[in-house]
Design a protein around this ligand. Structure first.
Ligand code: CA
Length: 508
């Protein structure tokens, strides 16, 4: 990856056998699986092991040239200090503005643009989930076919709302997450809420007055329509279902009138994530995505990267790239808060890596982080989005979220993402109901095996058949096409992971 590295990774499908010669390098001493590291020179015990020109660890034993360098043979470095970091020191090398790129989106009254036209049903508490699921099935079967401009109906179900310490300071995170998800541009600026009645998270706490500044209040004095299951008018289960369906139909009538219109690429809000990563994530998919992210920023759009534990070891790169010192300080504050959060649970950033990551060649969180962070490209970081908050700035944003795929995706939805792009090396069928998810394979072998789950194959970068730039342009164009309505594989198969709210506050 860099001329200063003393390891390289095996790109060949199924790895290399002992005795194989590395071009311009040593003979492989033992079988090395695909994606795993080979020592390019003798590395003495205790000496640094460099990949991406970064020390990803120290040799735990003597590693003669040609050795397999895996997690057992590496000691992890300490995390970089959050003091004395460079603040907004790097000059941007981003190319000039890109004009003329557009997509076909659904424009909302507040100026935001959706990529899908969805009826969302917000829930205040998990108690209502079973009833809402039943109603959604009937809405889909009986009502939706009559409103052909509406793409789908989505229940915003979660496990929050009651049995929680709702006045704990950190409870603001799950509450504002849920609030901002119900305001996601893909829901057309119209909200219906199903509440039980007795729960701690009362509807007016979830959606306080004025949360929709541009909207006229309903006859009930609220900015949204509300169905309360414990309402006296509901005599039996069927009455609850008809109430939900009646309200849903009013919203479907409104949503059905919406049409796609040509919108500039600057109206797109993309959330980037990786999951089931392998050693190729940082070689193929993430560098290409970083290139695409730069294109989107140059076109005036908004693109978020996230995953606290996967940027923690690269914090100095990020603070240097901040657009100004305030943004750099916000980055430090968010990652410092997250360090404390992990410490409360008596773990650190190393709790991130999975058995699959290691099998895929990622020895530790430092190596994984360096591969994850490259999807942020090279644009200056113009803002930080705290967990559950809505993005206000445009350009490249750091949305401070855990790396957990579901929690990160949920928080990026709250931040206002209308399109998700997700890179994977090991493979995951991850999908979301509220936004299209473009799945990007880091290896052609995975793309071939999961031919009806992966939307883009970036493996050609490792085999020399494609460049990062070509693949980056392909990802950028794919984003505009999917934003305009082209279906992704997860949409075709309706693969929808549940929302997973980030709740650092106590449960009661
Ligand atoms: Ca992730």
């Amino acid at each position: 990856m860099n001329a200063n590295d003393n390891v390289a990774i095996v790109a060949n499908d199924f790895g290399l056998p002992a005795g194989a010669a590395v071009p311009g390098g040593p003979t492989v001493r033992e079988r090395v699986p695909q994606g795993h590291k080979v020592a390019l020179m003798d590395i003495a015990k205790g000496a640094p092991v460099r990949r991406y020109d970064v020390v990803i660890g120290y040799a735990a034993e003597d590693l003669p040239a040609g050795s397999w360098v895996n997690e057992q043979r590496l000691d992890m470095p300490a995390p970089p200090s959050l003091d004395g970091l460079p603040l907004a020191t790097r000059k941007s090398s981003l190319g000039g503005a890109l004009d003329g790129y557009t997509f076909e989106g659904f424009r909302n009254d507040d100026g935001t643009v959706g990529t899908r036209n969805l009826l969302a049903i917000t829930t205040t508490v998990q108690c209502v989930s079973g009833v809402v699921e039943h109603a959604v099935k009937r809405i889909r079967d009986e009502l939706l076919p009559r409103y052909s401009n509406v793409d789908d109906v989505v229940a915003l179900e979660h496990i929050y709302g009651c049995g929680v310490a709702i006045d704990a300071p950190d409870a603001e995170i799950p509450i504002r997450t849920l609030r901002n998800i119900s305001l996601n541009p893909n829901f057309g600026g119209t909200t219906m809420v199903v509440s039980l009645g007795c729960e701690k998270l009362q509807p007016e706490r979830l959606l306080p007055k004025g949360v929709y500044p541009s909207r006229a209040a309903t006859p009930g004095g609220r900015d949204y329509d509300l169905v309360t299951l414990q309402d006296n008018s509901h005599v039996g289960f069927e009455a609850m279902i008809s109430s939900i369906m009646r309200t849903a139909e009013q919203h479907l009538v409104r949503l059905d009138k919406r049409r796609r219109e040509t919108c500039p690429a600057c109206d797109l809000v993309v959330g980037m994530q990786c999951g089931g990563s392998d050693a190729f994530s940082g070689v193929t998919a993430n560098p290409a995505l970083g290139f695409a992210a730069d294109l989107l920023v140059r076109a005036g759009g908004t693109v978020m990267f996230s995953e606290n534990t996967e940027v923690r070891d690269g914090i100095a790169q990020l603070t240097a790239r901040a657009a100004n010192e305030d943004v750099a300080r916000e980055l430090i504050a968010e990652l410092g808060w997250y360090d404390d959060y992990l410490e409360r649970g008596r773990v650190d950033r190393s709790a991130n890596t999975t058995p699959g990551n290691k099998k895929g060649g990622l020895s530790n969180i430092v190596e994984k982080a360096m591969g994850s962070i490259v999807k942020s490209g090279s644009a200056p970081i113009s803002g930080v989005v705290r967990p559950g908050e809505r993005a206000k700035a445009k350009g490249l944003l750091y949305a401070a979220t855990p790396a957990s795929d579901f929690v990160c995706g949920t928080l990026q939805l709250a931040a206002g993402m209308t399109l998700h792009i997700f890179t994977t090396g090991r493979g995951t069928p991850y999908g979301l109901a509220a936004v299209p998810v473009i799945k990007v394979a880091t290896r052609s072998e995975l793309a071939r095996r999961w031919h009806d789950l992966m939307d883009v194959d970036t493996g050609g970068i490792a085999s020399g058949e494609a460049t990062i730039e070509e693949t980056g342009w392909q990802l950028f164009r794919t984003m505009l096409e999917v934003a305009s309505g082209r279906q992704t594989w997860t949409e075709k198969w309706r693969l929808h992971n549940s929302l997973a709210l980030f709740n650092p506050a106590p449960i009661t």
